[in-house]
Design a protein around this ligand. Structure first.
Ligand code: ZN
Ligand code: ZN
Length: 257
């Protein structure tokens, strides 16, 4: 693990913990009970994903290093280093938008992505609640995309360091002034935008797919806003019962009809 990667893990854990504590002090949706139990469940599901993600990192680093020597991707444009890095970050975020949208539009992918959406009490821990098959497919499919772009492992670490706090923040149940949300969503997908993305109503959850930048949703017509969402129902229809929200049930859910 290099220094950048270690720093990325430390900031992720510290930032996640800070947001979780803040959710207890200034929650957007109030009356949340058993927050510890909810966090333990979501983080257990996330823990399984580490078994995929930890070996995936070094494999990706090796493949990208070799492929860049043969195919430089955006390196062909001979841009100054900083512009090349910005372009790569933008293209990686665009892929994240496309991949997320595919997860909603392709039934097979939705089977797995729906585990992220079925959380009726979305908070910062939901940011890491993904079915392991979705994580495995995501890692597998992003590799040829990164090869095509000509991304290096440092670009991906930088992207991850920029994107992870945004993802954690927009899933969090921290209440912020609406004027702050308005300003934030000119650049990043704000908490309001992502709460709409987790609405139980399909027309609402099929929107706001952006990961780090809100720009893609505006560009591709999937940007959606709705004010007054304090009584909005989060999660998925008929998936909120305690039995269906157990770790075992969530992990096996995609394999049932
Ligand atoms: Zn989604
Ligand atoms: Zn989400």
């Amino acid at each position: 693990m290099n220094d950048l990667q270690a720093l990325s893990y430390i900031t992720t854990v510290a930032g996640g913990l800070l947001l979780w504590l803040l959710e207890g002090v200034i929650p957007f949706f109030s009356g949340r009970a058993a927050r510890g139990k909810h966090a333990t469940k979501n983080l257990s599901i996330a823990g399984i994903n580490l078994l995929i993600l930890l070996p995936a990192g070094p494999i990706m680093a090796m493949v990208l290093e070799k492929s860049k020597a043969v195919w430089p991707g955006v390196g062909l444009l001979k841009l100054p280093f900083i512009l090349e890095t910005i372009l790569i970050i933008l293209l990686v975020d665009l892929w994240m938008y496309v991949w997320h949208r595919l997860n909603h539009e392709v039934d097979f992918l939705w089977r797995f992505h729906s585990i992220h959406h079925s959380d009726p009490s979305m908070d910062v821990t939901t940011a890491w609640r993904f079915h392991y098959v979705e994580i495995a497919l995501s890692e597998l499919l992003r590799l040829p995309v990164f090869v095509l772009i000509g991304a290096g492992i440092e670009d991906l670490l930088l992207y991850s360091m920029l994107m992870t706090p945004v993802i954690a923040f927009h899933h969090s149940n921290v209440s912020i002034p609406s004027s702050a949300d308005r300003s934030l969503r000119t650049i990043i997908p704000s908490p309001l935008m992502h709460r709409i993305h987790h609405s139980v109503i399909r027309a609402e959850h099929d929107s706001n797919y952006g990961s780090m930048l809100s720009f893609w949703d505006r560009l591709f017509g999937s940007f959606k806003l709705k004010e007054g969402i304090r009584d909005m129902e989060l999660g998925l229809q008929n998936e909120s019962s305690p039995e269906k929200q157990r770790v075992g049930a969530l992990l096996t859910r995609p394999f049932h009809n």
